[in-house]
Design a protein around this ligand. Sequence first.
Ligand code: KG4
Ligand code: ZN
Length: 357
Amino acid sequence: MKVLGFESSCDETGVALLELGADGRPRLLGEALHSQARMHEAYGGVVPELASRDHIRRVLPLARQVLAQAGATLADVDLVAYTRGPGLAGALLVGAGVAVALAAALGRPALGVHHLEGHLLSPFLAEPAPQFPFVALLVSGGHTQLLRVDGVGRYELLGETIDDAAGEAFDKTAKLLGLGYPGGPALARLADFGDESSFSLPRPLLASGDLDFSFAGLKTAVLNQVKRLGSNVCYQNRADLAAATQAAIVDVLAAKSLRALERTGLERLVVAGGVGANQRLRGQLDAGAGRVGARVHYPPLALCTDNGAMIALAAAMRAASGLAQTSRDGAFDVRPRWPLTELTLQGAAEHPAPMAL
Ligand code: KG4
Ligand code: ZN
């Protein structure tokens, strides 16, 4: 089964062609991405209307590029997948509109995918692929969640952020330190030159006993430090503060992920979403999991942030599991707000039949 996937939920246009073999293993045949980060940088964050317009400009050239790279044509496509939500409504509509129109023209089914399910399943594109069941730490710009994952579409929420997401905490504190957008990678680079022990920052909810997160207070703590330093803030101060911020965020994410493994008795942790690219987080999770005999799975580094491959993969895995609610009539909608746990409610049967294409 060959799936053409479109991602356009935020500021990245991603397209990919993926083949799911008869053995259930995915193979990426072609992949292309355009990041709008530089366009939005001037505004310090994503401007939704600019994002939609840029997706329109990029999506078809990227699709052509992917097919050429894969040595394939549209006739080879069995299923067209797109991000149905959550995300920016206008941006989602671009990918959804193109995908559904393409599917209708080709006489193929179209399938709307949950963006976070894409992130969640993206480690199946790495070697060795994880096996169900596992604990998943989803850490992106908009979400921070711990889930128990028993199979495709079988997701149980264990804990989540009660305010800002981890990526948002990186982005907001980066902004306070005068770094560009997106702040996460920039803050991580600056942190390499800092001493985290120079500032003492809170570890919110670390000892709360549950698996929830809170990052809004951390932003305030960093703001107070920046105000205290005033105009005296030098490069080294900023690097030290970046290191202390990264350490605080990572300490909480790692501690709660390990606690989730302990609570569920599971031995596999899957990390997905943009913040999963953070090397400090990876190091701390690998070390902590190693101590309890658990293993951590990540997507390939380039597929941590938004991309089309994870959307094609989630669609392929859903179709293969018989969970796909495809459309063939050209009708579609997008879900800018869409809790991941709703997918489980939509009937993740124990023994579903694979979809006939
Ligand atoms: O998953 P993603 O690409 O988009 C969303 O669905 O939100 O995640 C983007 C987030 C941004 O907040 C970005 O700052 C963060 O991931 N991020 C990082 C790193 N790379 C991306 N945060 C910390 N360290 C990184 N290396
Ligand atoms: Zn994402």
